[in-house]
Write a protein that binds this ligand. Structure first.
Ligand code: FAD
Length: 316
C-alpha cells in the first residue's frame, strides 16, 4: 500500500515508522532482522531503506595507488524485497540521483515495480567524499525534482526510450524537506521554492531532515503551506546516541541543537548516559509532535534499535 494511503487509513492517528541503513557488505541479513524484530510490535506500516552512493578506494598496484570505484553496502532494492517478504510490510527504497545514470535508475524502478514495491523516496544524494559540491553523474540527474519527474513519467508508461501503455507503474513518491534549510540553500525560502518544485513534479509526501527543536518543524510546516505545499509532511527524528553527535550533527547536517540538550549531554559521564538523555529528549519531542497531530513519526535508526524501541514504547 502507498504511504499516503496508510496515512489516510489511520484517520488522524499518529503512525510509527523507521529507516534503516543497510549494514556494510559481508554482513548477513540476520543481523539486520535482529535490529528490526524488536520494533515490529509497534506496527510500522512501512520501513525505509537508505541507499549509499559509490565510493572510491585506493588499491596499490606496481608501487602506485590506483583509484577504484566500489559500493560498501548491499543493494537497497534487494533488502526491501527481503523485508517485505519476511515481515509482510511495505518497504520504501531510497533512490538517488548521485551515482546513477537515468538508465540505471529506470532498471532499479522496473525492479521495484516487478517486486511489488509501491513507494520510493527520491533524493539527490550528497557529494562524494573528495568533492566539495555535488556533481551529477554523467547521464544522471542534477536535482531530485528531475528524478521525481522520471518516476512520474514511468507512472504514465513513459520509459526513457519508449512508451509502454500497458506497463504503467504506480509509485507513491516521497521527497526530503529541511526545517532548518538544506545546507547548500542560500535561504529557507529558496529551499521551500525548490521543495514546491519537487511536489509540482509529482512528489506525494515529504519526510524531514532530523531536528531537535519542534518549533523549527512547526514553523516549517506553516511556511510550506504558505508556499502552496499541500502534501503530508512527516517529521523525521533521531535520538542523540553518543557525545560526538554534539559536533557531528551540526557539522554534517547544518542543524542547531538546543542549549538545554547540549547541557544535558555535556553532563553525561559516558555514552550510556548520553543514550538515555537522547531517548528522553526524543520522547518529549515525539509526545509534542503526536499531540500536535502529525500523521506519522519517522525515526532514524542507526544500527542498534534499542533506543528507538524505548521511545516507541513510551509513545505508541
Ligand atoms: P534536492 O531537492 O535536489 O536539493 C539539493 C539542493 O539543491 C538544495 O539546496 C536545494 O535548495 C537546491 N536545489 C534544488 N533544485 C534546484 C534547482 N533547480 N536549481 C538550483 N538549486 C536547486 N542521502 C543518501 O545518500 N542516501 C539516502 O538514503 C538518503 N536519505 C535521506 C532521507 C531523508 C528523509 C533526508 C532528509 C535526506 C536523505 N539523504 C540521503 C540526504 C540527501 O541526499 C541530501 O540531503 C542531499 O544533499 C540533498 O538531497 P535532496 O533530495 O533534498 O536534493
Amino acid at each position: 500500500m502507498k504511504v499516503t494511503d496508510h496515512i489516510k487509513r489511520a484517520q488522524g492517528k499518529t503512525l510509527f515508522s523507521f529507516e534503516i541503513v543497510p549494514p556494510q557488505k559481508g554482513k548477513k541479513i540476520e543481523d539486520l532482522y535482529k535490529n528490526i524484530d524488536p520494533l515490529m510490535e509497534f506496527n510500522p506500516p512501512f520501513i525505509d531503506v537508505t541507499t549509499s552512493r559509490e565510493e572510491f578506494v585506493y588499491v596499490e598496484k606496481d608501487g602506485l595507488l590506483d583509484r577504484k570505484i566500489t559500493r560498501m553496502r548491499p543493494g537497497t532494492v534487494g533488502i526491501c524485497a527481503a523485508l517485505k517478504h519476511k515481515y509482510n510490510i511495505d518497504t520504501v527504497p531510497h533512490v538517488l540521483c548521485g551515482g546513477f545514470t537515468r538508465e540505471e535508475t529506470e532498471y532499479l524502478l522496473v525492479d521495484c515495480h516487478y517486486l511489488g514495491i509501491e513507494n520510493v523516496m527520491a533524493l539527490r544524494g550528497d557529494a562524494m567524499k573528495h568533492q566539495r559540491y555535488f556533481e551529477p553523474t554523467e547521464g544522471g540527474h542534477r536535482y531530485a525534482n528531475e528524478l521525481v519527474s522520471q518516476i512520474r513519467n514511468l507512472c504514465e508508461g513513459k520509459y526513457l526510450h519508449e512508451t509502454i501503455e500497458a506497463s504503467k507503474t504506480d509509485f507513491c513518491i516521497g521527497v526530503a524537506g529541511y526545517p532548518e534549510k538544506h545546507l547548500e540553500a542560500p535561504s529557507l525560502d529558496f529551499d521551500l521554492k525548490k521543495l514546491k518544485e519537487k511536489v509540482d513534479a509529482g512528489a506525494d509526501y515529504i519526510v524531514t531532515q532530523m531536528f531537535f527543536d519542534n518549533s523549527k518543524f512547526f514553523e516549517f510546516v506553516e511556511k510550506a503551506k504558505a508556499f502552496g505545499i499541500d502534501v503530508p509532511i512527516i517529521p523525521g527524528i533521531k535520538p542523540i546516541a553518543v557525545k560526538r553527535h554534539l559536533r557531528l550533527l551540526p557539522q554534517v547536517f547544518k542543524i542547531d541543537l538546543p542549549e538545554t540538550l547540549i547541557t544535558e549531554v555535556e553532563k553525561c559521564k559516558d555514552n550510556k548516559e548520553v543514550r538515555q538523555v537522547g531517548i528522553e529528549w526524543c520522547i518529549q519531542q515525539s509526545k509534542e509532535l503526536k499531540d500536535a497531530g502529525v500523521p506519522l513519526l519517522h525515526y532514524y535508526s542507526m544500527g542498534k534499535s534499542d533506543n528507538i524501541k524505548a521511545i516507541a514504547s513510551a509513545i505508541f
